[in-house]
Write a protein that binds this ligand. Structure first.
Ligand SMILES: Nc1ncnc2c1ncn2[C@@H]1O[C@H](COP(=O)(O)OP(=O)(O)OP(=O)(O)O)[C@@H](O)[C@H]1O
Length: 279
């Protein structure tokens, strides 16, 4: 595991309107989440507690339920049973309005970046601010000068200030994911859910993007739950590794002290049947 390079003063975390809680209260608190799609049980009684500023990596074979868990946590999927609280807001049974409000504080980073290709990088970053604005915006000039400066600052932070006025779809995959990270920062989230953020990138760019993503999350004291397929990146970056197998949690341990072999146990027993363990 990498050394943390940023001092992290811990202050009590409170959702708006909530009574003061302890700094030790979990930011993500999921209990017994079960999710089925027809006959397929994607998640089976999953418990997960994540504390403020923790960087947690979620591993498991393809189809083990990783994306479903992320989506249940921000309400994109309803859960069949169980409950989850994120930033003090119950997700189960939440209204559409409550979920939209929660999602303004939960950044989501996608494997395929989800940028608007025909828009400039700067405008894509500005889109991250829409959750704190009223009404739609069309064009960079429809945002305030202060917001444009802020967005430029985030582009600079990810090393792409010189691409601000370039169309997003003219950038490489690694650069596009860096713009997506800047857009997430512009959102000013407290939690980041990242679903295989480097799966579309070559190993060199995967390392660069992971480096950047986790460094800015540390600096901003963000709480991160990130799915990955690369065990080595998980061991390098995660403070804790959670493993899913067939929708059930089979590992949940701090990275420190975990060996690659320990982690490969997540895959090994199924690999006998499926022969599809990762390299
Ligand atoms: N919208 C859906 N409709 C039907 N089945 C789904 C849906 N989403 C997921 N599933 C099923 O739920 C199971 C878990 O899928 P999920 O995408 O969460 O796995 P994953 O671990 O994220 O896989 P990958 O690593 O390939 O992204 C799979 O069997 C999948 O086919």
């Amino acid at each position: 595991m990498r050394e943390l390079t940023v001092n992290q003063p811990i202050e009590p975390l409170r959702a708006p309107g909530q009574p003061p809680g302890s700094a030790a209260d979990p930011v993500i608190d999921a209990r017994g989440i079960t999710k089925r799609f027809g006959d397929v049980t994607a998640l089976q009684g999953v418990d997960l507690e994540i504390r403020r500023s923790e960087l947690v990596i979620l591993l498991g074979l393809s189809g083990s339920g990783k994306s479903t868990l992320l989506r249940c946590l921000n309400g994109l999927h309803g859960m069949d049973t169980g409950q989850a609280t994120v930033l003090g807001q119950p997700v189960h049974g939440a209204s559409g309005r409550q979920l939209r409000s929660l999602r303004t504080r939960v950044g989501f980073i996608f494997q395929q970046f989800n940028l608007v290709g025909r828009l400039s990088c700067l405008e894509n970053v500005l889109i991250g601010a829409l959750g704190r604005l009223r009404g739609p915006r069309y064009g960079v000039l429809s945002y305030s000068a202060a917001m444009r400066r802020e967005a430029l600052g985030y582009l600079d932070r990810v090393g792409l200030a010189d691409k601000a006025f370039q169309r997003a779809d003219t950038l490489s995959g690694g650069q596009q994911q860096r713009v997506a990270i800047a857009r997430t920062l512009m959102q000013k989230p407290a939690v980041v859910l990242a679903d295989e953020p480097v799966a579309s990138l070559d190993p060199e760019n995967a390392g660069i993007v992971m480096d950047l993503l986790f460094q800015v999350c540390l600096e901003e004291q963000l709480t991160v739950l990130c799915t990955l397929h690369q065990v080595d990146l998980a061991l390098e970056w995660g403070q804790r590794i959670v493993g899913l197998r067939h929708g059930s949690k089979v590992l949940d341990q701090p990275t420190q002290g975990l060996t690659r072999d320990n982690v490969m146990e997540i895959y090994r027993r199924v690999a006998v049947d499926t022969a599809e363990a990762p390299a």
